[in-house]
Ligand binder design. Structure first.
Ligand SMILES: *Cc1c(COP(=O)(O)O)cnc(C)c1O
Length: 334
């Protein structure tokens, strides 16, 4: 297996013990600080981009094109990482989230993408991955006509899941730091982080239960997607390590839907912030961490187990969610 990789995550991200939350939950809880991975507020997409931008460099691309939700961390991290490697970025923002306030449309990741010099285009549909990719490819063709070599980072299933390689690598990194976890809790959106981590752990013979927490689709849809990602990853790497029963999905904090903060996620954010001083983001990591107290309460995570929660970043979107956060955490004047 030999995939070109651009070096974007220069340091091993820490695994920290969370003693106060551990006491509260009756487990041994640790956090993998992948919110610190890579440049410009980092996150899991930095690890995925090492392989996409490695391929872009190999293709001698001058322009990188990428699509995502309006507050996508992926497009912002791509804009930052491509700038660092001397490439231009075109980001396509899809109307995927029914939030219309001005901050959502302009602050957070949108502001940063502009500051990073990305060209921003819009796509009016949020649940049409093939259509979003086609629009990106049409824009790439224009770049080519203008004499610039484009590289498209596709969204839909059916493309080589290069991003998952970043989390196979992260699995090795985690095992080199601490190989004693019973449970790993991670986001399951595109599924590349979840599948990469699971593939990497199983390939190393590690049997930790990996729980993917839904941020985009319900458990049934995500199960189906994960099997497809698993198969694509096996095909790409030439090794099949993930069994059906390895795919564990929880969707208890997904409501009211992608990119919208519900009560379970808000409670998880408050718990992490007020007990450990660590901020989670409203779109992804709050919904992921919510799985930990919920599964402890249900007995799926047992007393005393060693649990690793993977913080995949996303903090740049926080300030675009001001109104949702103010509603979730009313702050009466005193
Ligand atoms: C994109 C993203 C995820 C989900 O990762 P996938 O690989 O798409 O499943 C989780 N957390 C954050 C902060 C993200 O930006």
């Amino acid at each position: 297996m030999d995939f070109p990789r651009a070096s974007l995550v220069s340091a091993v991200t820490p695994i920290e013990h969370l003693p106060r939350l551990s006491d509260e939950l009756g487990i041994s809880l640790h956090i993998k600080r992948d919110d610190l991975a890579g440049t410009t507020m980092g996150g899991n997409k930095s690890r995925q981009l090492e392989y996409y931008l490695g391929a872009a460099q190999q293709a001698r691309a001058q322009t990188v094109l990428i699509t995502g939700a309006v507050q996508s961390n992926f497009v912002r991290t791509a804009a930052a990482s491509a700038a660092k490697l001397g490439m231009k970025t075109i980001v396509q923002l899809e109307d995927r989230v029914p939030l219309t306030d001005a901050l959502y449309g302009a602050n957070g990741n949108v502001l940063l993408s502009r500051l990073l010099g990305a060209e921003v285009m819009r796509y009016p549909v949020g649940e049409d991955e093939a259509g979003a990719d086609a629009a990106l490819r049409a824009r790439a063709a224009e770049e080519e006509e203008a004499g610039r070599t484009p590289y498209v980072i596709p969204l839909a299933l059916g493309n080589a899941p290069l991003g998952a390689l970043g989390y196979m690598r992260a699995a090795e990194e985690i095992l080199s730091q601490d190989d004693g976890f019973d449970v790993v809790v991670v986001a399951s959106g595109s599924g590349l982080t979840h599948a990469g981590l699971l593939h990497g752990l199983r390939q190393a013979g590690h049997r930790a239960r990996v729980i993917g927490s839904c941020v985009r689709r319900d458990a049934k849809q995500q199960h189906e997607r994960m099997r497809q990602v698993r198969d694509a990853l096996a095909k790409m790497t030439g090794t099949a390590t993930i069994q059906n029963e390895d795919i564990i999905i929880w969707d208890g904090a997904l409501a009211p839907g992608y990119g919208q903060l519900g009560p379970a996620a808000a409670q998880a954010m408050a718990m992490m912030a007020q007990t450990e001083g660590i901020i989670l983001d409203p779109v992804y990591t709050a919904k992921v961490f919510a799985a930990v107290p919920a599964l402890v309460a249900r007995g799926d995570i047992r007393a005393g187990e060693r649990v690793l929660f993977v913080h995949t970043g996303g903090l740049a979107s926080l300030f675009a969610y001001q109104s949702a956060l103010e509603n979730a955490f009313p702050h009466p004047e005193t």
